[in-house]
Design a protein around this ligand. Structure first.
Ligand SMILES: *Cc1c(COP(=O)(O)O)cnc(C)c1O
Length: 257
């Protein structure tokens, strides 16, 4: 393919990537013993001096110091504001799809990770979430496939397993020109933020299976979401936690969800 036709992906590697990976979120001064390697917090529950009077963490489903380090670090690698980590990539996928309601529609690639494909077709479909699969390399097709009920556009690039390259920037622009509130999700598991930062290309949510290249050692199952929009982050955090996050406890999420 001629260079000018080649879809734009992140060609400029962040020169500070390595520094961010080993330092962001990891300032030793935040720990009482100044640990240079972030300690692993195994507790489920944190001491409270009175109801809601604690040192920043109450219960580990809502968050814990170790998870916070990882989330801050991943957000910075992706040039995003917020990150949430999950027990697997598929758990992150589930949380995103739970933004939808029965009758809503997802436009997604026709070559997607098998687990995502089966989650959409066998599980989300039971809740009457509809989806259309299309060849995302043909961005001319996209506009006519966006329905009034379309709430999510889901892409991978390169796709798994066929390794097709999708023009994330072009599709994000087309979709957001139709309706700004359609949430564009990019599963960036294959590229990692080292090679491609989808938020900079117009996506709203970056999804990772951290179990693959992000971990790199084949010894962790984990997932992550990275977003810039704080309202969207709040909605996803509420879905993850089923509870108001400590700092947002006065906001009525029921309305937003
Ligand atoms: C593995 C994978 C997932 C799912 O992640 P898990 O951590 O296995 O749940 C999602 N997307 C892609 C592209 C993957 O390769």
């Amino acid at each position: 393919m001629a260079d000018s036709n080649y879809p734009k992906c992140q060609k400029k590697i962040d020169p500070h990537f390595g520094t961010k990976a080993i330092h962001v979120g990891q300032n030793p001064d935040q720990w009482s013993f100044k640990d240079v390697v972030p300690p692993i917090s195994l507790t489920t529950t944190y001491k409270q001096y009175g109801p809601n009077d604690h040192a920043g963490f109450e219960y580990s489903r809502c968050g814990n110091p170790t998870r916070k380090v990882l989330q801050n670090c991943i957000a910075s690698l992706d040039a995003g504001k917020h990150c949430l980590t999950f027990a697997s990539g598929l758990a992150a996928t589930t949380a995103v799809v739970q933004l939808l309601q029965a009758g809503d529609h997802i436009l997604c690639g026709d070559d997607m990770y098998g687990g995502t494909n089966r989650y959409f077709s066998k599980i989300a479909s039971k809740f009457n979430v509809k989806f259309t699969m299309t060849d995302m390399t043909n961005d001319k097709n996209i506009a006519k496939l966006i329905l009034p009920e379309t709430k999510l556009v889901w892409m991978e690039s390169p796709t798994n397993p066929c390794m097709r390259v999708v023009d994330l920037e072009s599709i994000s622009t087309i979709v957001h020109n139709i309706r700004k509130d359609i949430i564009v999700v990019v599963d960036n598991t294959f590229q990692t933020p080292y090679f491609q930062r989808p938020l900079e290309l117009g996506a709203d949510v970056v999804l990772y299976s951290l179990s693959k290249y992000m971990n790199g050692h084949s010894d962790v199952i984990m997932g992550a979401l990275v977003v810039n929009d704080t309202e969207l982050f709040d909605r996803l955090a509420y879905i993850q936690n089923c509870k108001y996050l400590h700092s947002y406890k006065l906001i009525r999420f029921d309305i937003m969800l």
